[in-house]
Design a protein around this ligand. Structure first.
Ligand SMILES: Nc1ncnc2c1ncn2[C@@H]1O[C@H](COP(=O)(O)OP(=O)(O)OP(=O)(O)O)[C@@H](O)[C@H]1O
Ligand SMILES: [Mg+2]
Length: 245
C-alpha cells in the first residue's frame, strides 16, 4: 500500500540527512507505528509521504502509484493529521469541515454523514458554529482528525495524534484507527507513547538519525529478549540517545 524506497532528504544548511536512504513497506490493512527519538526524521518522512516535501532521492509509492508525477491523484487517497494544528482560526468548525470536504470533493450526503459521525464521536458537535480560534488544543486536534477522514482515505497518516487528547478522546481515536484498518485501509502514525504503539500496532518501525534501525511486529522486535517491553527494546536500540546530538 505504502512503499518507501531509498528515500533521502536533507534540509538546506543541515550537516546531515534528516532522512537517510530510508526503505520500508506498509501493507494494506496494516496499522503501522513509527517511533524514534526527537529529531530522528519522523515528521520529515511523514511530510514526504503526504507530498508536502519532495524527497531529494528515492521513490514513494502509494496504492501502486508513485507520488512523483501523480501528486493530485495520490493525495486524494491520503488523510493527513499534522503534528501542529493549521490555523484556520477565522473559520467556524463547520466551515472548516465543509472546506475540507470541498477540497476532497466529498458529496453532500456523504459529508453530512461523516461530519455527524465523527463530530459526535469526538464530542465536538456542539461547537461547530463557533470559530476555531475559540477551540481548545484538543478540540482543534479532533476537528483536524475529522477533516482528514471525510473522504474516507485509503491511507490515513497521523503525526503524534495522541498529543493533547484527553483519555476518552484518545481511546476513541485508537478505536477508529483500528476500525479504519479492519475496513481494509491503512494507518501510518508516529508516536512517543510506547504503550499505545505496543498495544495498537500490527507492525512498528524505529527510526534513528534518519535511518530505520528496526521494523517488525512487537514479537519480532523483541526476539532477542523474550517478554521485554517495547520501552526496553526502544531504549536498547536507540541507546537512550537523543537523535539530535
Ligand atoms: N524545516 C526544517 N529546516 C531545517 N531542519 C529541519 C527542519 N525540520 C526538521 N529539521 C531537522 O531534521 C531532523 C529531523 O527532524 P524531524 O522533525 O523530522 O524529527 P522527528 O523525528 O519528527 O522529531 P520529533 O520527535 O521531535 O517530532 C532534525 O535534525 C531537525 O532538526
Ligand atoms: Mg516530529
Amino acid at each position: 500500500m505504502l512503499s518507501i524506497e531509498n528515500v533521502r532528504k536533507k534540509y538546506a544548511k543541515a550537516s546531515r540527512d534528516a532522512v537517510d536512504d530510508l526503505s520500508m513497506d506498509v501493507r494494506a490493512g496494516e496499522l503501522f507505528g513509527f517511533l524514534g527519538p526527537n529529531g530522528a526524521g519522523k515528521t520529515t518522512t511523514i511530510k514526504m509521504i503526504v507530498g508536502i516535501l519532495t524527497p531529494d532521492a528515492g521513490t514513494i509509492t502509494i496504492d501502486g502509484r508513485p507520488m512523483r508525477g501523480n501528486a493530485i491523484d495520490v493525495k486524494r487517497k491520503i488523510g493527513y493529521v499534522p503534528d501542529a494544528q493549521d490555523s484556520y482560526d477565522r473559520l467556524t468548525g463547520m466551515e472548516y469541515l465543509n472546506f475540507m470536504a470541498d477540497v476532497y470533493g466529498v458529496s453532500p450526503e456523504s459529508r453530512a454523514q461523516q461530519i455527524e459521525r465523527y463530530t459526535k464521536l469526538f464530542e465536538i458537535d456542539g461547537a461547530l458554529r463557533e470559530p476555531v480560534r475559540s477551540y481548545s488544543r484538543g478540540m482543534k486536534q479532533k476537528l483536524t482528525i475529522t477533516g482528514a477522514l471525510l473522504h474516507k482515505p485509503r491511507l490515513w497518516v497521523l503525526d503524534e495524534p495522541m498529543v493533547g487528547l484527553d483519555p476518552h478522546s484518545a481511546h476513541v481515536l485508537k478505536q477508529e484507527m483500528r476500525a479504519h484498518c479492519d475496513a481494509g485501509n491503512t494507518v501510518f502514525f508516529s508516536t512517543h507513547v510506547l504503550d499505545v504503539a505496543e498495544r495498537l500496532c500490527d507492525r512498528i518501525g524505529i527510526l534513528r538519525q534518519g535511518k530505520l534501525i528496526a521494523q517488525g511486529t512487537l514479537e519480532q522486535l523483541r526476539s532477542d529478549e523474550r517478554g521485554a517491553s517495547l520501552e526496553q527494546v526502544f531504549l536498547e536500540l536507540t541507546d537512550g540517545a537523543d537523535g539530535e546530538e
